[in-house]
Structures are given as C-alpha cells and as structure tokens.
Ligand binder design. Structure first.
Ligand code: G3H
Ligand code: 13P
Ligand code: ZN
Length: 333
C-alpha cells in the first residue's frame, strides 16, 4: 500500500473548492509517456497552475502501474526543481470501470479516482460508486462519478449517442453515492471527431466546421440543484485546426476532425465546472510535430529529434490551455 501523500501528491478536494470560488477550472491532462508528463509539469510549473495528471486504464497498461507511480513521484520532484515551491499535483484514474481497478489505484498511490458507471442502470451506478467512495475515503482519496453518457469512445466503451445528464437525478445521485465530483454530459464527447459534419454548420469565412453549442441549460439546471458542487467536463479537447492541417499536410488523414470551441470551455470554466479533461489535443500536438519532423528530415532516426519538438509543442499547448482557456495560472503559488 502506497499513500499518495507520501509521493507529494494532493487529492482534488481543496483544488476544486478554490476553483469554484475563483471562477476557473483545473486542467486534467491525460498522459501515457515521459514526454507528455514532462510537458504537463513544465507548463504547470511555469504558470503555477494546479494540475491533475490523468491516467486511463489503457495508459496504465501501456506504461505499467509501478512505473507510473514513480513517474508521478518524479513529477512532483521535477516541478520543485523547476522552481515551483508548492506543487499541487493530483494523480487521477480516468474512467475506472470496476471497483477492483479503483481499489488497485488507491493502493498504488493515486490521489483521486473516477468510477465511471455511466453505462450502467442508475441504481447500479449509485451502488458501484458508493462502494468505491467507501473504500477511497478511508485513505482521503477523492472520487469522481459520471451521470449521463458522452458520445464517442471511452476506453473500451463506445457510445453511439450521447444522453444528457438529467438534472432531476443529480441530488439523489450525489447524496446516495457520496461522490466528491460529478462528470456530466452536456454535448462534449471524446476523441478528435466530436461531431459529424451533418451536426455542424460551416463558417463561410474559413470553410471550417462549426460545432453545435454545448447544452448550457443542462449545466445551469445541474448547478441549480447542486449549488457549489464540483462538476467535471470530459471530452473537452478543442481539436486545434492548425494541428489537423499539419497532420494532413504531412501524410496524415484526419478529415472533418472537430472539437469544442474554446469560448465555450472558457464559459464553462467560470462556472461550477472545476475540472476540464483534455487528452486528444495533446495527441494531435504530438503527432503533428512528429509527422512534420519526419517528413522534413526523412533521414532522422533519433527519437529525441522528433519527440523533443513534440514535447515543446505540447508545452505550448498546455500553457495556452492553462492561461487562455481554464484560467488556472497563478492559483498554486
Ligand atoms: O476518455 C478517454 C481518454 O482520452 C483516454 O483514452 O483510453 O485511449 O487512453 P485512452
Ligand atoms: P478529449 O478526447 O476531448 O481530449 O477528452 C479526454 C477525456 O475526457 C479524458 O477522460
Ligand atoms: Zn473522459
């Protein structure tokens, strides 16, 4: 058993309370490899932003759970080395789907876990979430739950359609499950293809797809029912078109990739939405940089020569998100 406090990590309770009161959101960036982790920590340390390092079960399999724990511990030390005196870093399981997985993460040094029972019938979602809460809270680990279904891919679960969260369920769900935060469905979705072209309009000036707006009425109704309760948005990548263009220019094929416009996320970050999940944008930044280097320098075979520029691009991306979208800079001095 490893307690996250011994690794220098924090849970999300205080982060979220401050974010709601301060009208900003905490970035939850997924990582799978060293370059992503380095970039997340560099951007967070330079901007003094609290940050959530997010690990999916796929990432845990990819990176190895023991290695991950030491990477997170190393991340705290690296942050200090970069001059961040009091790093506020949480290590969070993204989309945990069983009690056993959540327990294993609690036991391995995670400071926060998500139990995603959103695909289950309502009562089963409550029962599973409650079971995880009862275990995690013994170790002061915070628990995120999900109510409502996002379209797109959630690890091994693919949902064709989204089902918005029903505001009339949120009081009962959060009270009976005891969760610390709640992920809701208001029209975001996972991945780089969040909307079909048919769901979008076309901007006549640029010819780009313009996605439909998020369901802020659902968010408002949830906040009315649960004033001050921490709300989480998944599927919040913006799919920057400059990365898509670079990928397509250098041999990739990502037609009609589209994300959530940043102004919508900015608006959400000012509300009780206190955690915003971003994974795909980092993948796009990484892939665009790697493709560009390899296309321009076909003789290059040293991974540092293409992973290095990819890492630099991700630092830019994370810094932009923190300062220009979430407003979390300067909140963890
Ligand atoms: O919600 C999904 C996250 O982006 C994680 O994706 O399961 O491919 O690691 P992954
Ligand atoms: P994106 O695919 O929009 O980056 O969403 C990531 C996410 O929600 C991780 O849980
Ligand atoms: Zn998600």
């Amino acid at each position: 058993m490893v307690n996250y406090k011994d690794l220098g990590l924090v849970n999300t309770r205080e982060m979220f309370a401050k974010a709601i009161n301060g009208g900003y959101a905490i970035p939850a960036f997924n990582f799978n490899n060293m370059e992503q982790l380095q970039a997340i920590i560099k951007a967070s340390a330079e901007t003094k932003s609290p940050v959530i390092l997010q690990v999916s079960s796929g990432a845990r399999k990819y990176a190895n759970q023991t290695l991950l724990r030491y990477m997170a511990q190393g991340a705290v030390e690296y942050a200090k080395e970069l001059g961040w005196e009091h790093p506020q870093i949480a290590l969070h399981l993204d989309h945990g789907n069983t009690f056993e997985l959540c327990k294993s993460c609690v036991d391995f040094g995670f400071s926060s876990v998500m139990i995603d029972g959103s695909a289950l019938p309502y009562e089963e979602n409550i029962a599973l979430t409650k079971q995880v809460v009862e275990y995690a809270h013994q170790f002061d680990v915070t628990v995120e739950a999900e109510l409502g279904v996002l379209a797109g891919v959630e690890d091994d679960v693919v949902a064709e359609e989204s089902h918005y969260t029903k505001p009339e369920e949120v009081i009962d769900f959060s009270t009976r499950s005891g969760c610390d935060s709640l992920a809701i469905s208001i029209g975001t979705s996972h991945g780089a293809y969040k909307f079909t072209p048919e769901q979008c309009t076309v901007d006549p000036a640029t010819g780009r797809l313009v996605p439909p707006p998020l369901a802020f009425d659902v968010l408002d109704a949830v906040m009315d029912k649960l004033p001050g309760f921490p709300i989480v948005l998944h599927g919040s990548s913006s799919v920057p078109q400059e990365y898509v263009d670079i990928i397509n220019k250098y041999g990739g094929k990502m037609p009609n990739a589209v994300g959530i416009p940043e102004d919508q996320l900015r608006k959400a970050a000012k509300s009780a939405v206190c955690k915003i999940n971003i994974d795909s944008d980092s993948r796009l930044a990484f892939t665009a940089a790697v493709r560009q280097v390899l296309a321009e320098k076909p003789g290059e075979f040293d991974p540092r020569k293409y992973c290095g520029p990819a890492r630099d691009e991700m630092v830019k991306l994370y810094t932009h998100k923190i300062i220009e979208v979430l407003g979390s800079d300067g909140k963890a001095l």
